[in-house]
Design a protein around this ligand. Structure first.
Ligand code: AMP
Length: 413
């Protein structure tokens, strides 16, 4: 099937061709006709499948066709809600690419940066608005956003949105739009709570599934290192010196772990940058830009911070900490070996992560190649290291956290 068969108009076909897309991807083939028919849809598809264009192209086509995109007095007709700032700005870039031969105007608003420039953008008028939930509600409250004209509402990465605690915000936003709007829900997975949300805000939706990926690409060479937890940083330095070359993403479980590894690699002269949920928006964007431009070749990230980010040309993925959810391993290493290239994936497994590696191997129906000849082997009989608290005495005394302070606990990702 070609984009012409999907009945896209000329300005869009031209932009898509210039973006280098020859044919629609599966999720585009399935979604675009239904979205053009104004149906509500639930699409389960992961990043990398072309899902952004799957909703952006039909939205642009419908807005273009209605030919009421005057320069002045524009009203938001399409609203896209995204859980993270990086994803929001990536979606905006895609809309701008596809709409370059139309007079439709796209803008993005998200938290973590100054609100004033965003007010200016809104004042000028937009056809398409991409937003993270908190900043949208904030600007709506201040009367800078009018959602009375929204014809299509998109919830992107709905599962992540709910995991991040945005359920009430999303429901509120939905109620602020008109009742008659079309709702498109995109999610990597459809757990029960996404299903519940869909039931409450979608009308007679059509379901589209792009096969869940439980297999890893044959083009990724996967290696497994057993290593004591305390030697993982040394092992990482060892493989960076001797084995891994090119553009590398290293996954760690916590923000603290990301920072610690970054400091060590910087001290050892590597060009490295990092992203996690505690960094300011500007710092996160700068980190991504420096990696995409090639100023740095190692990016250290937590899963949530890296989710949905489109990074091409990866040579290797390092699973410094193994994920406890086996599908996460598949997502991580799916970032290499895209578009027919070959890639490398390395997993560092300590004694307490052995059950994780078993579940991963079961899921992907593959035994990973174990690398034995490295300087930090794990004693096969080693027991998981248990962290003992140094504190003695009553746990009810000082140092115990109150309910109020637990509530203030920061996100870990
Ligand atoms: P997404 O899943 O939306 O994050 O898209 C992943 C990547 O695929 C992005 O870099 C898009 O530019 C690219 N892409 C989207 N649609 C197509 C297509 N039909 N052909 C080739 N690349 C595409």
């Amino acid at each position: 099937m070609s984009f012409k068969d999907l009945k896209l108009n000329r300005p869009l076909l031209r932009a898509v061709a210039e973006a280098g897309y020859d044919n629609p991807t599966l999720v585009q083939e399935k979604s675009i006709p239904l979205i053009l028919e104004k149906r509500d849809v639930i699409v389960s598809a992961q990043t990398g499948t072309g899902k952004t264009a799957a909703f952006a192209l039909p939205i642009l086509q419908s807005l273009f066709d209605s030919q009421d995109a005057p320069k002045k007095g524009k009203q938001v007709k399409a609203l896209i809600i995204s859980p993270t700032r990086e994803l929001a700005s990536q979606i905006e870039e895609n809309f701008k690419t596809y709409s370059s031969y139309t007079n439709l105007r796209t803008g993005v608003i998200y938290g973590g940066v100054s609100i004033e420039p965003q007010k200016e953008i809104l004042k000028k008028g937009l056809d398409i608005l991409i937003a993270t939930p908190g900043r949208l509600l904030d600007l709506h409250k201040q009367d800078y956003v009018n959602l009375d004209y929204v014809e299509t509402l998109v919830l992107d990465e709905a599962d992540l949105m709910l995991d991040m605690g945005f359920i009430d915000d999303v429901k509120k936003i939905e109620r602020l739009c008109t009742k008659e709007k079309q709702v498109l829900l995109f999610s990597a997975t459809i757990p029960y709570k996404v299903e519940q949300l869909a039931n409450s805000i979608l009308t007679n939706p059509e379901r589209i599934e792009v096969a869940q990926n439980s297999s890893t690409s044959k083009n990724v060479n996967q290696f497994l290192y057993f290593v004591p937890k305390k030697n993982k940083i040394e092992l990482c330095l060892h493989v960076l010196r001797n084995t891994i070359k090119g553009n590398i993403i290293i996954f760690r479980r916590t923000k603290f772990g990301v920072d610690k590894l970054e400091q060590t690699l910087l001290k050892n002269g590597y060009k490295v940058t990092s992203i996690h949920g505690d960094k300011s928006q500007t710092a996160r964007q700068e980190a991504l830009d420096s990696f995409k431009k090639g100023e740095t070749n190692i990016l250290i990230a937590t899963d949530v911070a890296a989710r949905g980010i489109d990074i091409d040309n990866l040579d290797a993925v390092v699973n410094f900490d193994l994920p406890n959810i086996p599908e996460t391993y598949v997502h991580r290493i799916g970032r290499t070996a895209r578009a027919g290239k070959t890639g490398m994936a390395y997993a560092f497994c300590s004694a307490d992560e052995k059950t994780y590696i078993q579940s991963i191997q079961q899921l992907i129906h593959l035994q990973l190649d174990v690398v034995d000849d490295h300087p930090y082997p794990l004693d096969p009989k080693a027991k998981p290291e248990v962290h003992k608290s140094k504190r003695t005495g009553s746990k009810h005394k000082k140092g115990r956290k109150s309910v109020a302070s637990k509530k203030k606990k920061k996100r870990w990702y």
